[in-house]
Design a protein around this ligand. Structure first.
Ligand code: SR1
Ligand code: MG
Length: 397
């Protein structure tokens, strides 16, 4: 087999590839297993029985559907983005071993001692450090790649490298358009929920106007190098720490996008915990959201105060305004993410696996999400976002 020209590798080819291109393993007896369960790429575990690595590899279309035709360069960009973020949070991302622009794959650390956060949460697990670590990841990656800290020319050079039109288009369609217009007929709704969505989503013109404003921000606000898909399936965790994976949707976009995704998926986890009667875990998830927001705010402020060099930007009120704006954007994004995961094509198992009254839980989340998108500035009037969720049973929106 020749690896000088791209082809879509299977397990056998990956085994030959590793032997041909690396000296990672001393033996030729390698086991290769495709373990990917994401929507886009192939993930191979290569092991000699003791040691293992991951090979992430991209094809010309998304795994979820051939309708999404994509450049195979996405994996290369992802590898470089992980390296860029690792400057700030080396302990919170996997080690990159090799980025191969010919075969469109990245060899990286195998996180086999970790579990996907979404799975661990659905199993009822609690991780006391989760909120602080996610808050640190967000503050470090988002603030240090913003114009406050990253020198302007360096930022622009990185922007060029991280431009990501195809995957951004997926987000523009799946998050900011289709859930509200069903323009590609890809929304998936039960009969009961369809009636609710018709009334509180499709027919709400004020909501659509707010979504249009948010979409313009996503298209135009090149604020920070964002992960772009920071849900609980993009976090690996164990009792001693976490690693953020899969930033293939990353680019220089609105910083609030990542924070908003974290908020939305904590709500999905909370809904799953509450519906399954896991009261203690639900309470811990509420505290976790507080910790994410508190840690993000305090660490973002501290980085801004210590690292802002530009004299024209060194101003306490500018710092506070910047963080407030990120939070406001995040509330809107949280609303968008909640709606798209309930209405659109890419669902989350926290919701699809709900036993009991799924439609009731979805309706409550949708009402809450609509409020976040239309009235993000009113969130401060509530003691927490969970209080707002409670009041979304019937009234708000
Ligand atoms: C076609 S990809 C569908 C979704 O999966 C990814 O994880 C992103 O969230 C994307 O929107
Ligand atoms: Mg992903």
């Amino acid at each position: 087999m020749n690896f000088d020209e791209y082809f879509l590798m299977d397990e056998q080819a990956v085994s030959a590839y590793i032997k041909d291109k690396t000296t990672l393993f001393e033996t030729d007896e390698l086991t290769v297993t495709e373990i990917g369960d994401g929507n886009l790429n192939y993930v191979f575990r290569v092991s000699d029985g003791e040691r293992s690595v991951i090979v992430k590899h991209s094809g010309h279309t998304a795994r979820i559907s051939d309708e999404f035709v994509l450049s195979t360069d996405r994996t290369i960009r992802e590898g470089h983005l992980i390296e860029a973020h690792s400057r700030y949070v080396p302990d919170l991302v996997p080690d990159i071993i090799l980025i191969d622009p010919v075969m469109k794959c990245v060899i990286m650390e195998d996180l086999k001692d970790y579990t996907i956060l979404r799975t661990a949460l659905q199993d009822g697990q609690i991780f006391p450090f989760l909120g602080e670590e996610l808050g640190r990841y967000l503050a470090e990656t988002l603030i240090r790649t913003s114009d406050f800290v990253m020198p302007a020319k360096e930022k622009k050079a990185l922007q060029k490298e991280m431009i990501n039109p195809e995957l951004c288009e997926i987000t523009e369609d799946l998050v900011y358009t289709e859930p509200f217009y069903n323009n590609f007929n890809r929304n998936e709704l039960s009969e009961d929920l369809a009636a609710v969505v018709e009334r509180i989503v499709y027919q709400d013109s004020a909501l659509k106007a707010a979504v249009a404003q948010a979409k313009l921000k996503f298209l135009n606000k090149a604020e920070s190098l964002i992960h772009g898909d920071l849900h609980s399936g993009s976090v690996f965790i164990n009792k001693s720490g976490l690693k953020v994976i899969d930033p293939e949707f990353g680019f220089f976009g609105p910083a609030g996008y990542d924070l908003g995704n974290i908020i939305a998926h904590l709500f999905f986890a909370h809904t799953h915990a509450s519906s399954s009667g896991r009261v203690e875990q639900a309470l811990w998830l509420e505290q976790t959201l507080d910790e994410v927001l508190r840690t993000f705010r305090s660490q973002a402020l501290s980085i801004l105060q210590q690292e802002t060099i530009d004299v024209a930007l060194r101003d306490a009120s500018i710092f506070a305004g910047f963080i407030n704006e990120i939070e406001k954007d995040a509330y809107i994004v949280a609303g968008l993410e909640i709606i798209r995961r309930i209405v659109g094509i890419a669902k989350v198992s926290d919701i699809t696996s709900l036993e009991g009254d799924r439609t009731r839980a979805e309706t409550q989340l949708l009402r809450f999400a609509v409020f976040l998108i239309k009235h993000p500035e009113q969130v401060r009037a509530y003691s927490s976002l969970f209080t707002l969720l409670d009041s979304s049973k019937e009234s708000v929106a």
